[in-house]
Design a protein around this ligand. Structure first.
Ligand code: NAD
Length: 457
């Protein structure tokens, strides 16, 4: 059992961080750059241990660990370090004619002590990527990694303890009770990644102190394959996005909406691709991720009864693995079509007109991601213009998460706020507006009972 941090402990950490933040040290740009450099070096030094911890907790392959957990973090650090001086500069803005003589500027300032709560599915990257933004913006931070991936959690604590004093960056390990003890504290900002239901708990706790929040949540991300799609490429990219990390990806394609005319061809192509990627026996494939724990394994195997299995369906109780599975003839009201799946089960629904697909998606909570496969610009415009979603891809899956130029986040029930690259810096900064007035002259008409006119002083 993982030790839970007590209310007194987390209160002490926060007091120390507030005291340290008040010293102004974290605000210097040189200091921030130095800490980011340290973070990169620290991760580099422990790469092998990170890969091992991810394998123990999730059976993540080395390739996946590098591409989706470690490499993406280096990218984020490099990108921020290169641009930080520019981002942190006060930005001059115009003032109105009524404010002649004055100057305006926006000064990005760190919030102070921020809290980062992370989930288990990309347990390393989703704890440390927000930290890059928090450091770049000049904050102190407390990280609460997920208790469901204990090896990664302990390693994050070790690495960060080695790199930083806890009055600057601290890790509070534990589960729900640690998380709640942290949420009771007066942090200056809360950055939460996790489920919609816990997102509501976080927002409620934050509302008591009016603490600003970013909520990176989940939901059901539709994947539309239109009649004019390139079927072979669509199949490859969907299978890649859906079954990476055994479907335990917040932006994984959750369900398929395929045009009736191409349904058979797409399903056939997906079957071939699954075999190409994972072999005839995916649950025996040593680089295919496992389901994180028994609770989630049982939840997922329950979905197998919500439709007709047309491919896959094999499972291994002792390995916590479920093969990539395609599920046809599902009802839109069944659990597999109403709950976030977060596993390697892919329900297939079909449509005959684009309007039908749009109406279906719009009748449900706004998704975190949406993927559309089409070669027609008109179809693309219909979907991007009429459907609200956090972000997504045309003719691909997952890949919009990587470029640091694109803000990443949800909308509606899938979350609020966004991050990555400059957007992370902005998320962890308050934009302080300053108007600097001239003393060279003074408009008397602004004052009560003054005579209109310009007075030289
Ligand atoms: P979760 O909401 O169960 O847990 C997330 C964090 O909250 C953990 O650190 C956990 O200890 C803590 N927590 C759990 N219950 C709590 C409670 N009652 N009060 C306070 N804290 C609590 O989510 P998870 O199972 O770790 O992750 C899966 C979910 O996260 C999925 O819904 C997925 O879509 C979402 N997710 C979103 C993103 C994104 O970037 N938008 C990324 C990864 C995962």
């Amino acid at each position: 059992m993982m030790k839970e941090a007590s209310a007194a402990e987390v209160n002490q950490i926060l007091q120390n961080q507030k005291f340290y933040f008040a010293s102004q040290e974290t605000k210097s740009i040189d200091f921030r750059l130095e800490q980011l450099k340290k973070l990169k070096a620290g991760v580099k030094m422990h790469e092998q241990k990170i890969v091992k911890a991810l394998a123990l907790d999730l059976n993540k392959s080395e390739l996946e660990s590098y591409s989706t957990e470690i490499g993406i973090l280096y990218e984020e650090i490099n990108f921020s370090m290169k641009r930080l001086r520019k981002w942190a500069k006060p930005k001059k803005v115009r003032t109105a004619l009524t404010h002649a003589g004055s100057k305006g500027y926006i000064l990005p300032e760190p919030y102070g002590a921020v809290l980062i709560i992370a989930p288990w599915n990309y347990p390393f990257q989703l704890a440390l990527s927000p930290l890059v933004g928090a450091i770049a913006a000049g904050n102190t931070a407390v990280i609460k990694p997920s208790e469901l991936t204990p090896n990664v959690s302990a390693l994050i604590a070790d690495i960060l303890q080695e790199l930083y004093p806890s009055s600057y960056i601290a890790v509070a390990e534990g589960g729900v009770s640690t998380s709640q003890a942290l949420l009771d504290q007066p942090f200056d900002y809360i950055f939460f990644t996790g489920s919609v239901s816990v997102g509501k708990v976080v927002m409620e706790a934050a509302s008591k102190k009016l603490t600003p929040v970013t909520l990176e949540l989940g939901g059901k991300s539709p994947t539309i394959v239109h009649e004019d799609a390139n079927i072979r490429l669509a199949a490859k990219r969907i299978v890649f996005g859906k079954f990476m990390n055994a479907g335990q990806t917040c932006i994984a394609p959750d369900y398929l909406l395929v045009h009736t005319k191409v349904k058979a061809a797409l399903i056939e192509a997906m079957k071939v691709t699954i075999k190409e990627f994972y072999g005839e026996q995916p649950i025996e494939n040593s680089s295919y991720s496992k389901i994180v724990n028994g609770h989630h394994y049982n939840r997922l195997t329950g979905y197998l009864n919500d439709g007709t299995i047309i491919f896959g369906g094999e499972k291994s109780d002792d390995k916590n693995r479920i093969a990539p599975t395609l599920l046809d003839e599902v009802s839109p009201d069944s659990p597999v079509m109403t709950e976030e799946i977060f596993g390697p089960i892919f329900p297939v629904m079909e449509y005959t007109s684009l309007n039908e697909a749009i109406t279906f998606i719009n009748s449900r909570p706004k998704p975190l991601a949406l993927y559309l496969f089409t070669q027609n610009k008109e179809t693309e415009d219909q979907i991007t213009g009429r459907v609200s979603f956090g972000g997504g891809c045309i003719n691909d899956a997952l890949m919009h998460i990587a470029p640091p130029y694109l803000p990443f986040g949800g909308v509606g029930e899938s979350g609020m706020g966004n991050y990555h690259g400059k957007y992370s810096f902005e998320t962890f900064s308050h934009s302080k507006s300053v108007l600097k007035q001239t003393n060279r002259f003074d408009f008397s008409f602004r004052y009560p009972s003054a005579k209109n006119g310009l007075k030289l002083v």
